[in-house]
Design a protein around this ligand. Structure first.
Ligand code: BGC
Length: 756
């Protein structure tokens, strides 16, 4: 070989080597920790392009195997069985989908985050244990919802997660539902706006927001078997309206379809719900993921609109690949599924920003938790100005019940957050062989009401009685200036409450203490409504819900008047279960081993042989609408809540035209500053066939003593419309509309009628 030929070969080899090095470094995964995404070059990395365009550019580079790999997860089953480890790179959240490093597609790291990021203790991470969703909803305040969501989003990012599984919004049709504490009440507009704001705030932190459980998963017992029967108009004007508002207001990247069936089809393979309503009518551009184990088919589910099977690959792994290869699922639909996921990732910046871990701002979390609990607690009764308490005058206080010496209650299941310091009332050790204690056992956050009360009542002797024995508790209470009885109702995902009565003889406890002390104050720590047979015998009642890690301080601040309560009920408290649309919990097979069984790798999720129907024949009459239409008197109505201030309403006016609105004046008629949530309801013309009013707008008005303010609330035509199922569209019924304004659904001193 001539020397020049030799030199040429050397040069060519060198060039080839350089090319390989260049290619490798272009796609090389930089130093990483789990969850950190690789940086690659590619036209889709151009941030000036739209998320849709960028998604299409990536898809054009993907193989079939790669596409399929994004459409199912490797989730909690991987680490919930004894001794198993999460897959490499997974952060151990409830859901994990490995990314594709060569294309820069990040790992999708999902964590449950309804009231804070879940499962901290399993991996030694910290997150703020926030008050329940019902507490947030009782603030009726979009600023509170924003703070709540922003904190969750930030703490997800702090831990390296890039997708939230929070955002529960199922309406309270069944007040014994074990998950009410996660949700935002019974009204679709209130719930939709709050969850919309919360998800918007989470997405602003650079995580994909998820709204769940779509749809009508309104009870837990038999949730995988229950077939909800409801007509289109009723669902569009109730539960689906909440999702519509939530999705549209937030731009959430994901919606989780639910376990139950709706009109005969599982929610995760229900083309009316997923395709016709969510994707077509609501214009939802993100992806639909199944609840954990709620996928039941491949072709039917994919064609109905399910995009992602979670947490495993029983239907959207090899089976989906085969269905694509055989043409049963067209490539265009496959690409649409992938597009929706990638689009949501681009939209919140997952391709553009490295996930970095941070130390969570614990102090900020405490402040947000306390502020939500202060704004979300609802004062239900306050006879003769029993509250606020006077720290200087009180000499003796008896605190009773609910482990108030050590903690406040929280809700169980996938919304359980591990608090710093652990469960203040440690449960019995897990059964032999069980990976850990049942998630549904009550967890008490270490925030002691007794200590918080002692810190305020510095001149008083404050004694505690556990409340197990009503007689002993009453005897102690008899001798003190006041008695504060804490009562609780533990609730959890995976089961409904057997009744609306407080468990464990607590009604007898309150009655005994109230008989012994005329100044008895009851503090409720409940997931949702409870009945109160003793209500007439106590002087004050405060609903604190599950008040979060700073719950004790928030409760004490309200009891002693440092905070003037302003929360209002986002759900009706019935007098008795006989008044419910379903006085008996819907008929069903007894909860069986399949209802929420421990999961093990490779095992298919719930088998579904025990279907049963619920006729949602209350239709759109959810919550207060039922009580209005049926002429039933609630114990405490929707929208109700007291303040230490008092307010008057006057001067109503309705303005029609381009932007219809109602204007009125609210005045603080007391000597205390306070906030009033002013509510506007509308009764539709008779021809609409809806014999109840709807909440259409509200505002929280902060008023100094004696101050009056003019409030203007927009009357959104959508919220005044009915859904015509035949025409498949919303319409305004011509006729007379009556606007009612006031401080609760049952107290509307102002009204005015206008014609449309
Ligand atoms: C719950 C979901 C949750 C999921 C993952 C399911 O059992 O219904 O709300 O996000 O588990 O933990």
């Amino acid at each position: 070989m001539s020397s020049s030929r030799h030199a040429l070969i050397n040069v060519l080899m060198l060039l080839a080597l350089l090319l390989v090095v260049a290619l490798v470094s272009a796609t090389r995964v930089r130093a990483q920790f789990p969850g950190q995404q690789p940086k690659v070059e590619g036209p889709w990395m151009d941030k000036t392009l739209s998320p849709d365009k960028r998604a299409d550019l990536v898809i054009s580079q993907m193989t079939l195997d790669e596409k399929i790999s994004l459409l199912h997860g490797l989730g909690s089953r991987m680490f919930e069985s004894p001794g198993s480890q999460p897959p490499t790179r997974s952060l151990g959240g409830a859901g994990y989908i490995p990314g594709i490093p060569r294309l820069g597609i990040p790992d999708l790291q999902m964590a449950d985050a309804a009231v804070g990021v879940r499962h901290g203790s399993v991996f030694g991470r910290y997150s703020t244990a926030l008050p329940s969703g019902a507490s947030e909803a009782s603030s009726w305040d979009l600023k509170v919802a924003h703070e709540y969501g922003a904190l969750i989003g930030q703490e997800l990012r702090d831990q390296g997660f890039n997708m939230s599984l929070g955002g529960g919004i199922d309406l309270i049709r069944e007040p014994r539902n074990g998950r009410i504490f996660e949700y935002k009440g019974e009204d679709p507009i209130l719930a939709g706006k709050l969850v919309g704001e919360e998800m918007k705030a989470e997405q602003e932190q650079g995580v994909i927001g998820d709204i769940k459980h779509y749809a009508l998963n309104d009870q837990e017992n038999g949730r995988s078997f229950v077939n909800v029967k409801i007509d289109k108009r009723a669902m569009r004007e109730s539960d689906l309206l909440a999702f519509e508002i939530g999705v549209k207001n937030s731009g959430a990247g994901a919606v989780m379809c639910s376990y139950n069936l709706v009109n005969g089809d599982y929610a995760c393979e229900n083309s009316y719900l997923l395709h016709d309503v969510l994707k077509k009518d609501f214009g939802f551009q993100g992806f639909v993921l199944s609840d954990w184990g709620a996928t039941h088919s491949t072709v039917k589910a994919a064609m109905a609109g399910l995009d992602l099977e979670m947490p495993g690959d029983d239907f959207f792994g090899d089976a989906l690949q085969k269905a694509v290869e055989s043409g049963e699922v067209p490539t265009s639909r496959l690409d649409d599924m992938v597009h929706r996921i990638l689009r949501s990732e681009f939209a919140v910046g997952l391709f553009d920003e490295q996930l970095g871990r941070r130390v969570p701002d614990i102090f900020k979390g405490f402040a947000v938790a306390r502020s939500v609990a202060e704004q979300g607690s609802v004062l239900l009764k306050n006879t003769h100005g029993q509250l606020p308490l006077s720290a200087s005058r009180l000499r003796s206080i008896t605190v009773i019940g609910s482990h108030a010496d050590v903690g406040v209650l929280s809700g169980g299941g996938s919304a359980q957050v591990d608090p710093p310091g652990g469960n203040a009332v440690p449960p019995p050790p897990p059964a032999a062989g069980a990976p850990r204690t049942d998630d549904r056992n009550p967890v008490w956050f270490p925030s002691s009401p007794l200590k918080a009360i002692r810190a305020k009542a510095t001149n008083a002797k404050v004694e505690y009685n556990a409340g197990i024995d009503p007689v002993a508790a009453a005897n102690l209470a008899r001798g003190s200036d006041i008695a504060i009885v804490f009562v609780n109702q533990p609730a959890s995902e995976g089961r409904d409450e057997p009744s609306l009565s407080l468990p464990d003889n607590q009604d007898a406890l309150v009655s005994a203490v109230a008989a012994a002390n005329p100044h008895t104050i009851v503090v409720l720590e409940t997931g949702g409504p409870v009945t109160m047979p003793w209500v007439d015998s106590v002087s004050a009642v405060l609903e604190a819900w599950y008040p979060g890690i700073k719950g004790a301080e928030a409760i004490a601040s309200i009891l002693f008047g440092d905070v003037n309560p302003s929360g209002k009920l986002p759900m009706t408290f019935p007098r008795s279960e006989a008044d419910l649309p379903h006085p008996q919990l819907a008929d069903q097979p007894a909860p069986g081993p399949d209802d929420l069984k421990p999961m093990s790798p490779g095992e298919p999720f719930q088998t579904n042989t025990r279907k049963f129907d619920i006729d949602d024949n209350e239709g759109p009459k959810v919550g207060y609408k039922w009580y209005d239409a049926e002429g039933k008197e609630p114990l405490f109505p929707f929208g109700y809540g007291l303040s230490y201030a008092s307010f008057s309403y006057s001067h109503i006016e309705v303005k029609l035209g381009q932007s219809p609105a109602v204007t009125f004046t609210v005045k603080n008629t007391s000597v205390r500053a306070g906030a009033e949530i002013a509510e506007a309801y509308v009764e539709l013309p008779q021809a609409a066939g809806e014999p109840f009013k709807r909440l259409v707008a509200w505002d929280k008005v902060q008023l100094a003593p004696g101050e009056a303010r003019t409030v203007t609330l927009a009357l959104d035509p959508h919220y005044l419309s009915i859904f015509d199922a035949d025409k498949d569209e919303w319409e305004l019924v011509p006729g007379d509309y009556k606007v009612l304004v006031g401080g609760s659904s049952r107290e509307t001193p102002l009204s005015m009628t206008f014609s449309q």
